[in-house]
Design a protein. Structure first.
Length: 308
């Protein structure tokens, strides 16, 4: 048997269109019946590709198919579940209570502070793990804080498992890969570069794994909204953090109008020589964040407290 055949683009496209995989309870009978649906030469070529991939893959990578007993139960419920995923790390994390924390790459300081506090609020809970997409901004902050608190993380990739994207997170990739208690997963087996179409597919897996999805900041058009839309379709609980000092949370506000729950939490502020309240764009804040000008003129968020 070649389990990775379920992730070959040609075979997977056929299975998604026909849904014939739903007629099987086990992988073996499906595998045995697949050749009848394709031209013999094509099938042999694809099978050879997958065999070569399995022989040459990183030995730390392990495959989990939809038909395996350790496949995540919540992920099985979604309309279009991955038929096979490849994981590096502790696959038992997929059986824990999973919480997704996502948001924009261009995140506001107030949203980063709230993300730290939200993750911290989970630190006393048992049998949990934090799920996100390994992007910069909110995703990174959620994982960095989780690792500091000793909370395991599950990174869902929009690329092949061997690609570390974005490059700005290579230090985080290294930390997760070197810790056998963490997990990275992907549904892309054969070499797949990051592309516009891969990330929406990743986002449905992020929400599909979790009962609750926390949106910490999002513009109207973003991958975060893609995750939220998937979460709605999957009947997941959606919580949105909203604050007047966010750079752009129009997407979050839209979700609140559509019925998402507001993420409540107390906060403490300190004012330092504030003459007037300045509002910056993300780009302006990036230029000024390390200057004394910004430190003197802005209110600094010290702490958030979430009771979940």
């Amino acid at each position: 048997m070649v389990l990775s055949i379920l992730g070959h683009p040609k075979v997977l496209s056929f299975l998604r269109k026909t849904k014939i995989w739903r007629n099987y309870d086990h992988f073996l009978p499906l595998f045995q019946s697949l050749p009848m649906f394709f031209k013999e030469d094509d099938w042999k070529f694809w099978l050879t590709e997958c065999k070569a991939w399995e022989q040459n893959k990183d030995p730390r990578w392990n495959l989990v198919s939809y038909f395996d007993s350790n496949y995540p139960k919540l992920l099985k419920e979604i309309y279009d579940p991955p038929l096979v995923i490849v994981g590096m790390g502790d696959l038992t994390l997929l059986q824990k209570d999973l919480f997704a924390i996502v948001g924009t790459r261009k995140s506001s300081p107030v949203s980063l502070s709230a993300t730290k506090a939200l993750v911290g609020s989970f630190s006393e809970k048992e049998n949990i793990a934090i799920v996100s997409g390994m992007a910069l901004g909110i995703d990174r902050q959620a994982f960095v804080t989780a690792l500091e608190f000793g909370i395991p993380v599950v990174g869902v990739l929009g690329t092949t498992l061997g690609i570390e994207y974005p490059p700005g997170n290579r230090d985080l990739y290294k930390q997760i890969k070197n810790d056998p208690k963490q997990l990275l997963i992907s549904e892309f087996l054969l070499h797949t570069e990051p592309a516009k179409w891969t990330f929406p597919k990743r986002n449905r897996v992020i929400s599909g794994l979790c009962q609750k999805v926390f949106i910490m900041e999002s513009g109207k058009k973003s991958g975060t909204i893609s995750t939220a839309m998937s979460a709605m379709e999957q009947n997941r609980e959606i919580f949105v953090f909203d604050h007047p000092k966010q750079f752009d949370n129009e997407g979050g506000k839209m979700l609140l109008r559509q019925g998402a729950s507001l993420l409540y939490g107390g906060s403490q502020f300190v004012k330092t020589e504030t003459v007037k309240r300045n509002i910056y764009t993300y780009e302006e804040w990036q230029k000024l964040k390390n200057t004394s000008f910004l430190q003197k003129k802005e209110e600094v968020v010290l702490d958030f407290q979430f009771n979940l």
